[in-house]
Design a protein. Sequence first.
Length: 364
Amino acid sequence: MEPIETFYDVMRRQGVTRRSFLKFCSLTAAALGLGPAYTAKIAHAMETKPRTPVIWVHGLECTCCSESFIRSAHPLVKDVVLSMISLDYDDTLMAAAGHQAEAALADTIERYKGNYILAVEGNPPLNEDGMFCIVGGRPFVDQLRETAEHAKAVISWGSCASHGCVQAARPNPTRATPVHKVITDKPIIKVPGCPPIAEVMTGVITYMLTFDRLPELDRTGRPKMFYSQRIHDKCYRRPHFDAGQFVESFDDEGARRGYCLYKVGCKGPTTYNACSTIRWNEGVSFPIQAGHGCIGCSEDGFWDKGSWYARLQDVHQFGIEANADQIGGVVATGVGGAVAVHAAVSALKRAQVKRQSSANREQA
């Protein structure tokens, strides 16, 4: 196997100075939430580790994950594709097509057996022997199995690959199936979302290249660094939720005042993603900030859970059915009850002490 350039080799060849390279390493550490001490570790990794070959395949999907990926700003996708990884096959982004593309895929698998990352966008349909999705004249499920056989890890981009998404919606006539139910003998990182946030996608790749390991995953296989909190937890409309101030319809006064969108179907309280912290379009906004509730697109089965505008029924917390005055009244009642109980106990103790003193005097 011929040697692959390191990340640092590529940057130097492109005229990047040592000072700019170290700046990049410090910014990468900050973006990953790491301390200053990790800057040197990232620099060492970039200087010594070869660029990782990546094969990116497409099944049943709408290509929204690729559309999101190419809009990443931190880091820029051109830096990821041209410097950080060796993207040897992606039938959407590559210049080659037809027989040339398929030859590039076979060559990459042969040259880098056991050393490449397989990125999967979309899912394989299993009905009719996979004939509902054909790539290069063959069922996509066959391509998926062949490329996964020699991969060191698999990344499932988006909800299609991670969970099945709308292609798997009832009655699922094509038997669209998430990747982890077809590939069962490889480590798989799920990066759900329809699409995932661009910086989440590039962040996962950056982490894997920097530390040469998978990020810490939750019980469903998602990176904890991006999927450990609910959108609701960091939502800027959360104070309105806690105060019981809700939008009742999209054209009411509450909507104009930016109240909580829970009553018009927002799924933020049950959806784990980084939308409310990283946001979209270089951190400019996200759907809730634009005035539309979260549809829960990074959660399994969101496509079959009823209307996007149906109100969640199983969320119990301050603000759901009470306004601030009612909550305050409950608190005041609780405090008043506690004071009354304390007063009664104190009076009882005083009476007991008085009776005991009287008894002692009589005995004397």
